[in-house]
Design a protein around this ligand. Structure first.
Ligand SMILES: Cc1cc2nc3c(=O)[nH]c(=O)nc-3n(C[C@H](O)[C@H](O)[C@H](O)COP(=O)(O)O)c2cc1C
Length: 310
């Protein structure tokens, strides 16, 4: 048996769902997964979170809606997608043969709409879990980010939990003073897993045009610039809830992933790194395995949550 065969990478991420390894492609940065099939060995991933799905197709915001920043990017895509029915009919049949866990990210403009999408996904063959995006910073229609208001967070998670028959992941927002009460409310309302974090609200200006660089004025900051914020928030949430936490934010290498697992994340999601290198997710999964082996670790679960604070 080789060293690589001896390494156990599978992780339990809650509600009985086990991922083959802890590296998952993040929502909105990996399309519907199928677009990457020729570039990336999808079966080498722990899972794929597909871009946010809504009841009806959505066009998102007008361009420019992406701008590069120091160590990251701002986006105000506005949750463009083909709608849940088209995803199930046109994308899922291919995707479910990918040999990895498929997680459907979803959203709505009201709690019942979120629940309608989750309900529909619960009957779709090949969806392993539903991830609730209550944390998008670019939805004017929401008035305020759902995940930045405790009552709205409770309302949406409760409505979805009542109708979602799959493991329920809730993705939290970093755009709050204290993320812990939001994590606790999501857990109380039946979330199986918490995903920490979505993007941070930011802004860029175009000096020559004297205009905001994004048509939407503000956008969500992602990439290496946000990694320290994400690590801090994962650390806080892991200490406050009993359900598994998945770490997201600026992960660009196996070592970055290892840091999130060390603070207690059961798995990680990789977003912006896929814009730099479309094969980043599988490279990071391979690097993570090599980093664990270099540390003499035979089971990733022996590494998770072993940060020494004193
Ligand atoms: C272009 C783009 C689109 C995104 N779309 C979604 C989305 O549809 N749903 C969602 O929950 N998060 C979405 N996100 C947030 C990412 O999934 C991730 O939480 C965030 O980018 C932080 O991770 P990163 O620094 O590795 O990119 C999007 C991010 C980017 C950059």
């Amino acid at each position: 048996m080789t060293d690589s065969e001896a390494l156990r990478l599978s992780v339990d991420v809650g509600a009985g769902l086990t991922l083959a390894n802890p590296v998952v492609a993040a929502a909105g940065t990996f399309g519907y997964g199928v677009e990457f099939a020729g570039v990336v060995d999808l079966a080498a991933l722990g899972g794929i979170v597909v871009k946010g799905l809504s009841l009806e197709p959505a066009h998102g915001h007008p361009a420019p809606r992406i701008v590069e920043t120091a160590a990251g990017m701002l986006n105000a895509i506005g949750l463009q997608n083909i709608g849940v029915e088209a995803f199930i009919a046109d994308k899922l049949p291919l995707l479910r043969r990918a040999g990895t866990a498929i997680i459907a990210n979803c959203w709505g403009n009201a709690p019942d709409e979120f629940a309608d999408v989750a309900d529909r996904l619960s009957d779709a063959e090949g969806v392993a879990a539903v991830e609730l995006n209550i944390s998008c910073p670019n939805k004017r229609e929401w008035g305020r980010i759902f995940a930045a208001d405790l009552d709205r967070t409770r309302e949406v998670v409760r409505a979805v939990r009542a109708r979602c028959r799959l493991p329920l992941w809730v993705k939290l927002s970093p755009n709050v003073t204290d993320i812990v009460p939001f994590a606790k409310v999501a857990e109380e309302e039946g979330a199986d897993t918490l995903c920490v974090i979505n993007t941070l609200i930011g802004m860029a200006v175009d000096l020559d045009r004297r205009r905001p660089a994004l048509t939407n004025v503000t956008g969500g900051l992602s990439g290496p610039a946000i990694k320290p914020v994400a690590l801090r928030m994962v650390h806080e949430v892991v200490g406050a809830v009993r359900i598994p936490v998945i770490g997201i934010g600026g992960i660009a290498s196996g070592r970055d992933a290892l840091e999130f697992l060390l603070v207690g994340a059961r798995a990680v999601q990789v977003g912006t790194a896929s814009f730099v290198d479309p094969a980043a997710t599988t490279s990071i999964a391979a690097e993570l395995a090599a980093e664990l082996q270099a540390r003499g670790c035979r089971d990733v679960n022996d590494w998770i949550g072993t940060l020494e604070l004193a």
